[in-house]
Design a protein around this ligand. Structure first.
Ligand SMILES: *Cc1c(COP(=O)(O)O)cnc(C)c1O
Length: 428
């Protein structure tokens, strides 16, 4: 059945059992796969045939879940990784090497900022961070001859900037490089970056996709839209022979599957950040209800944002789904059905009041997590972003008093009651 709706894809895509096979996607808890001839296995190692031989490269459970995420995003090929960090690392390093450069929107998840500002720099890849609200001219000025990709988050964690997809896609394509979008917060339920010019999408599946805080994981999806051969000089890894596979050329042999095949055949082979089949199984169960949970997260978040906005002890509230928010119009354009379940706010008493309020919560837990069924809070300046100095915090859009509030799918009256008693305690 072609053109199934996203709700159906959440439940059914990626796995279609044949007659008499398990109805539920099985966990292929096997590192290895059996062949009847030495030659048959040899052809797999040469990428001459496709098939399974070792789970570090491919596993049927993982492939089925990757195929589901691929369908949800409307891509042509996808792979799972052990974490969102691994996904963002591979997404860039699959097309950049020492001496190269990338352009990033500066409003980023703290881990991604560290990865691109520091870790890949030590490997010789430099990143320029641009204000996500910069002008087209400022964005264009960030590019260099050795720029290989543009990166941004559809809704940034935790600064909740809605990415100006069209501006970033235009700049990337004018400079002959792909536009990579981390779509973790919006999820394909609310936003499909490929429809707005993104070429590659990444996910921390740890968040809404799993949705139950059971499994760390990531995914990379390729739209198949970027023409590597048209910019062959920039992407020799895809367009010239790979000596580690007897000189195959990825774009020639795999066409639209080139990018994901290369990431699997080289990066996964050599660096090995695989998702365990057990985690992929749990992720798949989460994905089945993604289309039910995400709207509920958004509905609860909007109600909580309105409550906070009207509270006289609350200094400020950011929520791109809230009318009057700086990114409300952008959200209406790119994700009209909803944004995410995450709100940020600060109390009038500043950093100290924020911490006292958090310590008084009863239902809402302090955890280093976001985007699962249970409501939770975090203070990025003390937790996820604590390596950053104040200047870096502000550039990443994180005020020192900012509380990141991930609104769960409990009853909204209970969520607001807990907030209310905790805010009262913070001022007593
Ligand atoms: C959490 C997160 C990541 C990192 O993912 P992990 O699964 O924790 O490695 C990357 N990007 C965004 C937007 C995130 O929220």
């Amino acid at each position: 059945m072609a053109n199934q709706k996203i709700e159906t894809l959440c439940v059914q895509a990626g796995y279609t059992p044949k007659n008499g096979e398990a109805r539920v996607l099985p966990i292929y808890q096997s590192t290895t796969f059996k062949y009847s001839s030495s030659d048959a296995m040899g052809r797999l190692f040469d990428l001459e045939d496709s098939g399974y031989f070792y789970t570090r490269l491919q596993n049927p459970t993982n492939d089925a879940v990757a195929a589901k995420i691929c369908a949800l995003e409307g891509g042509v090929a996808a792979m799972l990784t052990s974490s969102g960090q691994a996904a963002n690392f591979y997404a860039v390093m699959n097309i950049a090497q020492a001496g190269d450069h990338i352009v990033c929107a500066s409003a980023l998840y703290g881990g991604t900022y560290n990865l691109y500002a520091h870790t890949i720099r030590k490997m010789g890849v430099e990143a320029t961070f641009v204000d996500p609200d910069c002008t087209e001219e400022e964005l264009s000025a960030a590019f260099r001859d050795n720029t290989k990709a543009v990166f941004g988050e559809s809704i940034s964690n935790p600064s909740l900037v809605v990415l100006d997809f069209e501006k970033f896609a235009k700049a990337a394509h004018e400079h002959g490089v792909p536009f990579i979008v981390d779509n973790t917060f919006a999820t394909p339920i609310n936003c499909r970056p490929f429809e707005w010019g993104a070429d590659i999408v990444t996910h921390s599946t740890t968040k809404y996709m799993d949705g139950h805080a059971t499994s760390v994981g990531g995914a990379i999806v390729d739209s198949g839209n970027f023409d590597w051969d048209a910019h062959a000089d920039k992407f020799p890894g895809l367009t010239t022979p790979d000596e580690t596979y007897h000189g195959i050329i990825y774009t020639k042999k795999f066409g639209k599957g080139a990018y994901i095949t290369k990431a699997t055949a080289q990066l996964m082979r050599d660096l090995g950040s695989i998702q365990s089949p057990q985690n992929a199984f749990l992720l798949n169960i989460g994905l089945e209800t993604l289309h039910l949970r995400v709207p509920r997260h958004c509905e609860n978040a909007l109600a909580a944002a309105k409550y906070l906005k009207s509270h006289d002890k609350v200094a400020w509230v950011n929520y791109p789904g809230l009318e009057g928010d700086k990114y409300y119009e952008a959200a209406q354009k790119y994700m009209p059905n909803g944004t995410c379940g995450v709100i940020t706010f600060g109390l009038k008493g500043g950093r100290d009041a924020s911490i006292k309020m958090m310590d008084s919560l009863q239902l809402i837990a302090i955890v280093t997590h976001v985007a699962d069924a249970r409501s939770c809070v975090l203070h990025p300046a003390s937790h996820t972003h604590r390596q950053m100095n104040d200047q870096e915090l502000i550039e990443a859009g994180v005020q020192p008093d900012l509380i990141r509030f991930s609104v769960g799918i409990e009853n909204i009256d209970d969520i607001i009651a807990d907030l209310d008693q905790a805010i009262n305690k913070a001022f007593n």
